[in-house]
Design a protein around this ligand. Sequence first.
Ligand SMILES: *Cc1c(COP(=O)(O)O)cnc(C)c1O
Length: 356
Amino acid sequence: MTPKLFNPGPVDVSPATFAAMSHTMIGHRGSDFEALYASLQPGLKELFGTERPVFISTSSAWGVMEGALRNLARKKVLCLCCGAFSDKWLDVAKKCGFQAEAVQVEWGEAIDPEAVRTKLSEGGFDTVTFIHSETSTGVLNDLAGISKVVKSFPDTMLIVDTVSSLSTVDVDMDANKIDVMLAGVQKALALPPGLAIFAVSEAAMERAKTITNRGYYFDFIEFAKNDAVNNTPTTPSISHLFGLQYILGEIAREGFENRKARHAKTNAMILAWGAKHGFELFAKEGRRSFALTCFKTPETFDLPGFIKTLKSKHNFLINGGYGKIKGSTFRISNMGNETEATMQELIDAMDEVLAC
Ligand SMILES: *Cc1c(COP(=O)(O)O)cnc(C)c1O
């Protein structure tokens, strides 16, 4: 049996989710599909904190991260960079042919809203990319602070990645005036990878209409047209939609407030475990994700050995760091379906490995 994942994505998928996904196939241009699609909207809107429809893309998150740029950016893009995913977004913006610049902070730091104000004051930026929870470093950025600054610049679109924060903390798309908010489903929603969900503000829909080379697969106008009839532009991964319906039901049964509290609690368990063993945190106090934890690897610590033994003896997989901090950090996820009981099993296993 392959190990249980405590990796910050993809995370462990429950047997009940897989069972929901093995629903008999339905056609996507018919009333059964329309009912399925419509049933997802209330739950998704609650998680997003929006009155806008939530679109469903059969792609990974990156599809929509690139697509959002192609729908909204005219010329000059500002990328707020603080880790592997946010830094890569700068690259992607350049690859799409935009003039892209960065507000770059050291990995482990959060983006400072005032630095964003200073940079935007140079003028000319029409679109900003921002990652709420930078999964590579465990930093939870100041969503309200950043959006307030960005939205004080007229005609500047704000694209926010909530891949590893959605459903673990409030993201409040509408209250924060976010133009595009997106997430993949294989992190905090604990589905298999393959689906991205996103919502687009009215202003961003208007902007998209003025952009000529939006392409087709991620064209927001196509998504909106199809959403109006509870559908998607192209054949979606229908099995994923059944899985998403199941997960949203689980979230409703648990209650969003309880879900957030569970993530805070299980995250605190990992912080306490790290403190007990003297592992330092990579992200600064007060700006840490509640979905995963990134620890610095002590000089004398055999990280590869630790990960290997945890896997071979206990069949649990944690992550040995991502991007340029691979090896010098390690990460543990408490996203998705993990409970105090399952996190305790991981902690007991890690303690046992450290003791021998
Ligand atoms: C995992 C992750 C992504 C990339 O998701 P894909 O599904 O691989 O496209 C993007 N942003 C963040 C913050 C992530 O954690």
